[in-house]
Design a protein. Structure first.
Length: 243
């Protein structure tokens, strides 16, 4: 099977992923997705795994230090010389990670960026360092979501922060994969979108379960205790007659 026919077959077998935060969900299970991805050439499968290792929160969270994350990102980008749009996508994701890290550091009381080269990546490091006290790090004209994320963090609305960041990341994927329909870049874009939608779906399920537990707890507070002793009517009558 030719490469193009191989990718036409693969992409055509994948269901449409709905809008982020919609009820549509991923449209395909992890098991079925992995099954479809067996159509990838071994080298493309390896590269996809590497891209996921540096872009998926569940993968990055297992890495101990910022320096290790940055080193991995540079290694992955270097591995993608034949795929400049995927390289740019990885760079954008790392820059978003740097902005979120800067917001958190500032919220936790850091009065300056410090040695940003030790924990930051990409184009915005200098702007972050030079505009540390500005809500949007001097980037509000081109990335208004940063100042909005700062406001939401201060308000303690972590769900809204996550929605905001995931929305921006979803747009990044669309921007860097534009013009790709039946090729490796299109597959990478699909998988990264799937990971984001699946992450939010699981988060929504967890929140729903938490709400259900809260409702049950409230209901149990007002319910009579189990095995409550029901007063004997005759005994009650005797008590009433003979106080």
């Amino acid at each position: 099977m030719s490469d193009r026919l191989q990718y036409i077959t693969l992409i055509s077998s994948l269901p449409h992923i709905g809008r982020l935060f919609s009820e549509h969900g991923t449209g395909i299970s992890r098991y079925r997705l992995d099954e479809r991805l067996t159509l990838l050439e071994s080298e493309h499968a390896r590269l996809l795994d590497r891209v996921v290792s540096i872009t998926a929160w569940s993968s990055v969270s297992k890495i101990d230090t910022d320096a290790e994350v940055i080193a991995l990102a540079r290694s992955v980008i270097g591995d993608l010389d034949l795929y400049p749009d995927i390289q740019n996508l990885v760079r954008s994701r790392m820059e978003t990670r740097t902005l979120i890290a800067a917001l958190r550091r500032r919220r936790e009381g850091a009065r300056e960026a410090g040695d940003i080269s030790a924990w930051g990546f990409g184009r915005w490091c200098r702007s972050i360092r030079d505009n540390w006290s500005d809500p949007g790090f001097g980037l509000s004209q081109i990335m208004p979501w940063v100042a909005e994320a700062d406001r939401l963090m201060k308000a303690g609305d972590h769900v809204a922060v996550e929605r905001l960041v995931l929305t921006d990341v979803f747009r990044q994927i669309g921007r860097h994969s534009a013009g790709h329909e039946f090729d490796f870049t299109a597959v990478v874009a699909y998988v990264l979108r799937w990971i984001i939608v699946e992450r939010w779906s699981v988060y929504g399920t967890a929140k729903a379960a938490e709400r259900l537990r809260s409702l049950l707890a409230d209901a149990l507070k007002s319910a009579p205790p189990p095995f409550a002793v029901v007063p004997d009517p005759e005994s009650a009558l005797q008590q009433e007659v003979h106080p």
